[in-house]
Ligand binder design. Structure first.
Ligand code: ZN
Length: 316
């Protein structure tokens, strides 16, 4: 008699017949990659989530397999992976791929790992068939719906780089107060709120010139409008907090000056790094708070095509 596959312990539960959703049988429509701010800056620069070798206790840590990590989990007490969340459509991400069971690992909440790949990995891993409904991910073929067992952490390992152009939306989440997957207890982002992370990342994007998928910030996820994650709201917060950095504007730079835009970009770059001192020094070169804000508006039009920061009115 062959042993039962390991994944049966994590099998999805019964589908609810009422509006109540059973935690062990939730619809699986999107998965996300969550990154720390510094990593997210690199992701924006590269235009993709780079796959990497596996370093933890995984059985794949001796294989030359490069993966990007995504998950449907929502950590209501804060994410341990960082503050910046890239959300992807599940069906698109896994279409025409092969699926393999990797392992289950216990750290607090038990984690189940599934590899999604173009490669044939049957020499090292057992194939996972989601239509059998005997593990943490079930594909209901008849109704074309996917479900997962939310009582466990489902970690999806995608064996390729994942483009940020392909994501549905980008938003910000809270970092857990103490837990961090990179530097437990020493991570400078521990306890950082979604709004604070948004201000740092949006100011970084405004301070740079490379292409980025601006529309992803303007979208919504699950049709729920979340004003806190709205880029306009975040830019307003930056606008409102920056002029307060200094008491007096002693310079003569106005929004029409040639150096106004490069100067504002430098200020935002320092702001993103939380370097208040240098922020203050450069900010004081403006003629007034008004002139700085006008310059910031020009930058927003250029980078996010946001027309009026106070009317939530976007250019197409
Ligand atoms: Zn951290």
């Amino acid at each position: 008699m062959t042993a039962k596959p390991e994944w049966e312990k994590f099998k999805v539960g019964e589908l609810s017949t009422t509006r109540w959703v059973n935690p062990d049988c939730q619809q699986l429509t999107t998965v996300s990659h969550v990154a720390h701010i510094e990593t997210a800056k690199r992701i924006f620069k590269d235009g993709k989530i780079n796959s990497g070798l596996i370093f933890d206790k995984s059985k794949l840590n001796t294989e030359r397999i490069l993966v990007a990590w995504l998950s449907p989990n929502h950590w209501s007490d804060g994410f341990r992976y960082g503050n910046v969340r890239f959300n992807y459509d599940w069906k698109t991400l896994i279409a025409n791929k092969r699926y393999y069971w990797v392992e289950s690992l216990a750290y607090g909440v038990k984690a189940c790992r599934i590899l999604v790949t173009d490669e044939d990995r049957s020499d090292i891993l057992e194939e996972y068939d989601p239509t059998r409904r005997d593990g943490p991910w079930w594909f209901d073929e008849i109704n074309d719906n996917h479900y997962w067992n939310g009582n466990y952490c489902l970690e999806i390992m995608i064996e390729r780089d994942v483009d940020i152009d392909d994501c549905l939306t980008i938003d910000f989440v809270n970092h857990h107060l103490q837990f961090c997957n990179i530097l437990p207890l020493h991570c400078e982002d521990c306890g950082r709120s979604n709004l604070n992370a948004g201000k740092r990342l949006i100011s970084y994007i405004l301070s740079n010139s490379y292409n980025f998928p601006r529309k992803k910030f303007l979208g919504t996820i699950n049709a729920e409008k979340c004003i806190k994650d709205d880029v306009v709201y975040i830019v307003r917060l930056i606008m409102e907090s920056l002029p307060d950095y200094i008491d007096q504007y002693s310079g003569d730079i106005t929004s029409d000056s040639d150096v106004a835009l490069p100067l504002a970009k430098s200020i935002l770059s320092y702001y993103s790094d939380e370097d208040k001192k240098n922020c203050e020094k450069l900010l004081s070169l403006f003629d007034s708070a008004d002139e700085f804000i006008k310059t910031l508006e020009k930058l927003c039009v250029k980078r996010f095509r946001v027309k009026h920061l106070y009317e939530e009115d976007y250019l197409s």
